[in-house]
Design a protein around this ligand. Structure first.
Ligand SMILES: Cc1ncc(COP(=O)(O)O)c(C=O)c1O
Length: 472
């Protein structure tokens, strides 16, 4: 019943690999975004009351057909969207292998190879970000939100030694943390989940470059100290979700160190710049961070979810997550870490394999090439937009382009930009979105997030936008 017979299994494997291969060969011909038909999706699911088994091949086809029909095709080369990649082939292979071997990454002794692959990768990535690989630590996570949450827990644990045992009620002052209006909102959720409450999140003003203002950070810390709050945590973003801008990491690191704050760099997407020599300087100062968020499932094109939390404090994850139980198997040897005592998760998937296999096969050289290619496509997009009288708003070298309609001197409105994005998306030719860089700056946003995006795709996006602008 569960382990289908050999003939059926072989039919399924064949069907599965053919489907995957076809999808990658045909995705560029599909409309990037489907028409959403909620009623159709629900009515197709209605017959599944699970009273009677359905054939495996028919079920596979059902899933494939509906994924194809009802999904924004993030692996499409004209998906200029959020930081969702086209997955690497080795990442897909790894995810299938992991599902089959099902290693349990709670106890080291259950999956020593898997645990050591992840330990190895943590050291490799830590040293790429400028940490000392011998003393750095980290854990794989579901994604950037979990990594950011982990950072907050580590900071609370380090800055308030009584927190682990007594919780927030053991503290005499309310802890407060600092983000900018462009920081990812997972910090707001994390503050809520940690029991700090969202009031503890101080949103610092951004400067003319949409980056956190170090002066405003200093001012707000002073105000909080004067009002008997306990500042403990500051975040710089390396590659903001909205505009791909990079905060002045070194400057913010100094300020945070001067005030004895835990300094975290959220490099979920932009961290990949650290792997390309000529881009490395963009992240100058990241090595001073107490901890770093980096998502391999963004610019490294690994299938979701593959987040990394890295820290230069060797024992902090242990202090934050340590627990002892009688039922978890232990390994008598020393110098190994049980993943469940270094992570918010307990039994978890072997996340590192998709990163390991992708990196092993592409090498750093392959990644440099892919990142440079996407940078070049971003530059081309900026040039082509300007040539068609769109105005680039966000000052970043990275391939996120935020722009407005330079021909529109009258309305400059959110509604105008939304209408353009909607028309372009419903044409099926490309996917992009709108956002705001601050309260007064609505923009269209297009990010080159796919290693398969080529010149023709960029030109097609600009053409779709030009047509959408005139309502064609
Ligand atoms: C800068 C930044 N940080 C954190 C996150 C959250 O990452 P995830 O969606 O992998 O949890 C995102 C998501 O886009 C992001 O852009």
């Amino acid at each position: 019943m569960f382990l289908l017979d050999e003939i059926e299994r072989n039919d399924l494997w064949r069907q599965l690999t053919t489907t995957i291969e076809n999808y990658f060969n045909q995705v560029a011909e599909l409309p990037v975004a489907p028409e959403i038909d909620l009623a159709a999706i629900r009515s197709r699911l209605e017959p599944f009351d699970f009273a009677k088994p359905v054939s495996s091949l028919a079920t596979l086809s059902f899933a494939v057909d509906n994924l194809r029909e009802f999904q924004v095709h993030t692996p499409h080369p004209r998906y200029f969207g959020l930081f969702n990649p086209a997955p690497t082939t080795m990442g897909i292979v790894a995810d299938a292998l992991v599902a089959s071997f099902n290693p349990q990454l709670a106890a080291w002794s259950h999956s020593p190879f898997a645990a050591e692959v992840e330990r190895h990768l943590i050291r490799v990535f830590a040293s790429r970000f400028g940490y000392d690989a011998k003393t750095a630590d980290g854990t794989f996570c579901s994604g950037g939100a979990e990594a950011n949450h982990t950072a907050l827990i580590c900071a609370l644990t380090q800055k308030f030694p009584q927190f682990a045992e007594n919780g927030l009620r053991g503290l005499s002052k309310q802890p407060v943390l600092y983000v900018s209006s462009q920081s990812h909102h997972s910090f707001v959720k994390a503050a809520r989940f940690c029991g700090l409450g969202t009031d503890s999140v101080r949103e610092i003003e951004i400067d003319a470059n949409f980056c956190m203002s170090a002066d405003d950070l200093a001012k707000q810390i002073e105000i909080d100290q004067a009002n008997n709050f306990a500042p403990f945590f500051a975040v710089a973003t390396a590659g903001t979700t909205n505009g791909g801008t990079v905060d002045e990491i070194a400057k913010l690191a100094d300020k945070a160190a001067g005030e004895n704050l835990w300094f975290h760099v959220d490099a979920a997407w932009g961290g990949a710049a650290a792997f390309v020599p000529e881009l490395r300087e963009i992240l100058g100062g990241i090595e001073q961070a107490d901890s770093i968020t980096f998502d391999a499932h963004k610019w490294l094109s690994v299938p979701m979810g593959a987040g990394l939390y890295l820290t230069r404090h060797n024992d902090i994850l242990n202090q934050a997550c340590r627990i002892t139980t009688d039922y978890m198997p232990r390994y008598a040897g020393s110098n190994v870490i049980d993943p469940y005592v270094h992570s918010m998760q307990w039994s978890r998937r072997f996340i590192g394999l998709k990163v390991f296999l992708s990196l092993a096969v592409a090498g750093w050289e392959g990644y440099e090439k892919a990142i440079r290619h996407q940078m070049a496509m971003g530059d081309l997009l900026r040039r082509e937009l300007e040539a068609s009288e769109w105005k680039i708003i966000n000052p970043t070298k990275l391939p996120v382009v935020c722009f407005t309609d330079a021909q529109d001197t009258v309305t400059e409105s959110v509604a105008h930009l939304d209408a353009i994005a909607n028309r372009a998306v419903s044409s099926g030719k490309a996917w992009l979105s709108t956002t705001r860089l601050d309260a007064n700056t609505p923009v269209l946003r297009a990010c080159v997030t796919n290693y398969r995006t080529e010149v023709a795709d960029v030109l097609a996006l600009v053409q779709a936008l030009n047509e959408a602008r005139t309502g064609e």
